[in-house]
Design a protein around this ligand. Structure first.
Ligand code: HEC
Length: 196
């Protein structure tokens, strides 16, 4: 298992350095610094979302907390992003809100994460980044970081969801596909990008 993890890390780095080499011919790009910055944004965002959720659950119970996720998750995400010059989102292959649907690049990375997770890789450290260049030569740094399912997520994403919680979810998300998770599963990923 250890060997597998090491090889996935190496292949991610190999791809990364190949990408940064191409870009470096024009202007050096400090990939480790960008990764560090992105991780900082994710930490702030995860912290904000978590405390907002805790606060709402304490004040009005889980159904109220769902309302908070529904109305506040997106603005909270955007505020953090604008603050730091990043575009930030959360996405998944098993969606609750279809507005969080992955684009092609994100889908590919999520599938890669799923494979690594199935092989026993550590979700806490699962990360992938790449510098992409569009047809006009504009460079964008993109990064995804895996989101594991923790115990506190199960009330709304697990398989034994209380009737009053399920009722609220059914109303807001009739096509909800984000239930039935177990602790330790891959829930999805934070997805960030920044123009270079
Ligand atoms: C109180 C209920 C509740 C709890 C607890 C909760 N979530 Fe959610 N989650 C939601 C709702 C509601 C949405 C949809 C938000 C929206 O409309 O943007 C959501 C959306 C998400 C998304 C975005 C992708 C998608 O499917 O739309 C991710 C990722 C996610 N949750 C992960 C987690 C993780 C990880 C935890 C535990 C740390 C957690 N959630 C705990 C209710 C909850």
């Amino acid at each position: 298992m250890k060997q597998l993890m090491a090889s996935t890390v190496i292949s991610a780095f190999a791809l990364l350095s190949a990408q940064s080499l191409i870009a470096a011919e024009i202007e050096p790009i400090n990939i480790p610094a960008l990764q560090q910055e992105a991780k900082g944004v994710i930490k702030t965002l995860a912290g904000n979302l978590g405390s907002e959720l805790k606060h709402a659950a304490k004040a009005g119970g889980l159904p109220a907390a769902i309302q908070v996720c529904n109305t506040k998750a997106s603005p909270i995400t955007q505020a953090v992003a604008e603050d730091k010059g990043w575009t930030v989102g959360r996405t998944s292959l098993k969606l609750r809100n279809e507005h969080n649907a992955p684009d092609d690049w994100e889908k590919t990375v999520l599938k890669k994460f799923e494979k690594q997770a199935a092989a026993g890789a550590n979700l806490q450290k699962m990360l992938f980044s790449q510098v992409l260049v569009d047809g006009d030569g504009n460079k964008v740094f993109r990064l995804m970081k895996a989101i594991p399912v923790g115990d506190k997520c199960l009330a709304c994403h697990g398989s034994k969801i209380k009737p009053e919680v399920a009722e609220k979810l059914n109303v807001l998300y009739p096509a909800d596909n984000a239930r039935g998770f177990n602790a330790g599963d891959l829930r999805g990923a934070f997805s960030l990008q920044k123009s270079l």
